[in-house]
Design a protein around this ligand. Structure first.
Ligand code: ADP
Length: 202
């Protein structure tokens, strides 16, 4: 099978990423939300999507609900599987960017090197890393899905923040502190960043 790889010759279509962007009237890029479970990635990603939708921007949210149950349902939470999880999400996100769509990705993505891998997959101005920062204690108090309780009881193993590390971003484009800023403030911060850096035009 691997041998056949050398016979893969890309077909160059006439329609380019730039053409698709012109048709849509805006740039395409990845808003990469990273942070602990319960920090607010999904909540904010969906709220930002709503706002962008109202503004006429074409969007799509990638999250556990549509990725872990389909494309990546064969993967678990070992370091190896987490790496493969992020690699596939990155490749899918890249296709969305090529399609001219703003893709919002909401995964813990705990390892720096995996996030860097995705950043390197696309052009410099196509990856906006958003650190959804929230102290572990607050995330644990929220315990939206009851997962922290199960991790503390040892029912769930390799849980980020409990018995698996979370590596904080070193130079994220945006930092949100969800224990201090409201959801509305976080959304506004992201929209302002995009407007100020000309992301919302072609
Ligand atoms: P994650 O996707 O990071 O696991 P969720 O978005 O599922 O987190 O859950 C975050 C929880 O925290 C939600 O119940 C949300 O209503 C609550 N929350 C409180 N304040 C904020 C805030 N400023 N930003 C985002 N979520 C917040």
């Amino acid at each position: 099978m691997q041998e056949n790889k050398k016979f893969i010759i890309p077909h160059r279509g006439k329609i380019t990423k730039q053409d698709r962007r012109r048709l849509k009237g805006h740039k395409s890029f990845i808003l990469w939300f990273t942070g602990l479970s319960g920090s607010g990635k999904s909540t904010i990603a969906h709220a930002v999507e709503e706002k962008l939708f109202e503004m006429g921007v074409h969007t799509y949210v990638l999250d556990g609900d549509n990725i872990r149950t389909g494309l990546n349902k064969d993967l678990g939470f070992s370091a190896e599987d987490r790496e493969e999880n992020i690699r596939r999400i990155g490749e899918v996100a890249k296709l969305f960017v090529d399609a001219g769509i703003v893709v919002l990705s909401a995964f813990i993505s705990p390892y720096r090197k995996d996030r860097q891998f995705v950043r390197n997959l696309v052009e410099k101005d196509e990856f906006v890393e958003i650190y959804v920062k929230c102290p572990l204690e607050v995330c644990e108090l929220r315990d939206v899905k009851g997962l922290y309780k199960k991790a503390r009881q040892g029912i769930i193993k390799n849980f980020t923040g409990i018995d698996d590390p979370y590596e904080e971003p070193e130079n994220p484009e945006i930092v949100l502190e969800t224990d201090r800023e409201t959801i509305e403030e976080c959304v506004e911060k992201i929209i302002n960043y995009l407007a100020q850096n000309n992301y919302l035009e072609v």
